[in-house]
Design a protein around this ligand. Sequence first.
Ligand code: ATP
Ligand code: MG
Length: 412
Amino acid sequence: MTIALVLVGDELLGGSRRDRNGPWLAARCRELGVRVGEMHLVGDDPGRLAALLSGAARRNTSVCVSGGLGPTSDDVTRAALAEAMGVALVEDEAAWAQIRACLRRRGRVPAAGERRQALVPAGAQVLANEAGVAPGVRARLAGATVYALPGVPHELEAMFTAHVAPELVADADAGVARAVWIVGVPESDVAEQIEPLVRGVEVASYPHLGELEIVLRASGERADERVRRAEQAVRERLGARVYDPAPGERIEHVVVRLLAERGLHLATAESFTGGLVAAMLTRVPGASAVFTGGWVTYATEEKSARLGVPAETIAAHGVVSEAVAGAMAEGARQRGGTELGLATTGAAGPDGVEVPGRAPVPPGRVCLALARAGGSTEARTLYLPHGRRLVQRFGAVRALDMVRRALGRGAG
Ligand code: ATP
Ligand code: MG
């Protein structure tokens, strides 16, 4: 059982708009346990689209089309689908009523082309669009079910969730899938470590910019037992590196949840991450209950002026050092009046950091520290062999992971 994804629109081919719907649909299908057999971008060309739909319908059990349902002459999906099915377009009365009602609510009268949106291939069904004007279409073609959805991303997402996902799930040989998330181990090392533990299940790993999702999957006989046994073994092997985001969550959600559960508060002091740690935390709804604020102290003098890092510590260890990271973390913790302080200092690259009287700090070397009430501070040095943006991102993730590890797994 596979699905084909077809993204329609000249703007997707012309480089003026990046496709958002394909990756979104692919991610939802993966969550539903539905394999994507193929994905295509195609222009507003009815002939090409009709041929593509026919082929995709023969090769897959379902086809999901995005775009080309609107009222303008470049909206060709209905016509292409009718052509592929070898039937005429007919007006669907209920759809036309829906369109008029929707326009009326928006205080508009139907424009000349608007009635075209009520046309569907003969024998097809209309899918209500709660979020916009153009209804969707469900039709049978060459043994497959074809779903045509609007291209506007929030309309497509609402309609896929309401109409398509439940039908795909009902048909899926769902199988069983379980995810294990970790930070800080290269993908290839993980693969090597878990290889002997996962016989009899399918393993896929998905890197998410510093976080790694390992999915264990099986179907058929005793699938559940096989997946659970493999998961157990993988979790034991990876130990404290494993954490448990809920679907759609990332490490920052887990950190916020852990802090909230324990009634703890965090302040940040950032240098090479430039506020990214604070930005990640504040993306999480409810972060205000646990994150009080942070400092971006980029220049060396700022670390002393704002956070009270002693000049002697900087002179003795260099600005990229565990001692300075620790003093920054403690400075943020004290000034923020929080139980925890988290700090980052490092060389994001592409150049190293010049340090008076010592060898320059090579790009990618970073120091992170977590200070706790009572004076215990933990610091670590990492070498992140990447470009500037990734050093910043991976550094921020690793910093958040220090908090996460100090507090637990954070199951959602
Ligand atoms: P409309 O009624 O708005 O015409 P439609 O179903 O005909 O809806 P399109 O005309 O293909 O959809 O696209 C409508 C809007 O959504 C356009 O701004 C388009 O750029 C955007 N869009 C369409 N497809 C995608 C996509 N795959 N990724 C991101 N944006 C898209
Ligand atoms: Mg359109």
